[in-house]
Design a binder for this molecule. Structure first.
Ligand code: 13P
Length: 247
């Protein structure tokens, strides 16, 4: 079995102002010989400052989204190269909030993932079913469709991480059963191997959706779960560090 070092990444979403950088300090200081890779993706306004604050710690800083182009007339957008220039090491693409709020479809997500690679960033590509899709029994088919549409050619474990985030579990306090999480992750891994070959088995698959200190101990040890993408519980250093400790 390939050695997959877990990754616990925090997605601050549209939360965080300069005063929140004390949480970056506390997370960085709390990472002494961490059992996994650890990252925080703050809002774009804080990326450079967070990089500076985390510079002598194992904490990586990343972006929450990027434009597919390197530069140009795209008011309000941010390129992957800009994230890298600010010292970011990774970028999230295809988050369900981007898909919903901004109508992002699989082909665009794929282009954004390619942009992240072009800039030398580790790409966390998010997929996951809605509540209606789950009720219709379509979860695995949705994951297949999203992977087929958004996974660029040339994926490997050094530059790609998949995050399975059931849309109905995000910010709701609800999570799938451990069996359902394991089934989805094993299925994603099988698709990765079928698509990119044996190297696909080394690509990390994170779980995201209402991960908290209280459930991380159950979710993170599942055999095909290689870490977590954490929203709300990443805003407070103590909660986030408790999840890191469970990895
Ligand atoms: P919550 O952990 O707040 O449910 O958010 C998950 C998420 O969307 C991370 O990207």
């Amino acid at each position: 079995m390939p050695d997959r070092r877990p990754l616990v990444a925090g997605n601050w979403k549209m939360n965080g102002v300069a005063a929140s950088l004390t949480e970056i300090d506390a997370i960085g200081d709390g990472l002494i010989d961490p059992p996994c890779d650890v990252a925080i993706c703050p809002p774009a306004t804080l990326i450079a400052a967070a990089v500076e604050r985390a510079k002598n710690t194992p904490l990586m800083i990343g972006g929450q989204d990027c434009h597919m182009a390197e530069k140009g007339a795209h008011t309000g957008d941010l390129s992957a190269e800009m994230i890298a220039d600010a010292g970011g090491k990774l970028v999230i693409v295809g988050h369900s909030e981007r898909r919903t709020d901004h109508g992002e479809a699989d082909a665009l997500v794929r282009a954004k993932a390619e942009a992240g690679w072009r800039a030398g960033l580790l790409v966390i590509l998010c997929i996951g079913e809605t509540e209606a899709e789950r009720r219709a029994g379509d979860t695995l088919a949705v994951l297949d469709r999203q992977l087929a549409g958004s996974l660029p050619d040339g994926a490997d474990a050094h530059r790609l991480v998949i995050a399975y985030e059931p849309v109905w579990a995000i910010g709701t306090g609800l999570t799938p059963s451990n069996d359902d999480i394991q089934t989805a992750h094993a299925h994603i891994r099988q698709r990765l191997v079928a698509t990119v070959g044996n190297n696909g088995a080394a690509i990390r698959v994170l779980y995201g959706g209402s991960v908290k200190p209280g459930n991380a101990d159950e979710i993170l040890p599942l055999p095909d779960v290689d870490g977590a993408l954490v929203g709300g519980a990443s805003l407070k250093a103590a909660d986030f560090l408790a999840i890191v400790a469970a990895a």
